[in-house]
Design a protein around this ligand. Sequence first.
Ligand code: ZN
Length: 99
Amino acid sequence: MDVSEQLQLVPRKAQMLRGWNLHESADLMESLAVEVEKLRRPQCVWTHDEDYEQYTTSCGSSWSFIDDGIAENGVKFCPHCGGEVKEDAKAAGEDADDA
Ligand SMILES: [Zn+2]
């Protein structure tokens, strides 16, 4: 028996040893990939709106804090879209008085 013949037996042996159905394994991998994709959240850019003391979110909504901003309030994810919150770089630059 040469190597390629032995290799052809590997899936069957694995199936016998572990009780795996190879088609089920493929389905499992596919559903895992879907779950991983769900975990890979989009980013939501929040732009500070000085006039209204709130943030405009890139998902088309807004959010305001009683005190301070995104980092000070420990906000990591957008309550509207679930995306990872990124403060707009320009807005963050304006607010450099606490450095
Ligand atoms: Zn959002």
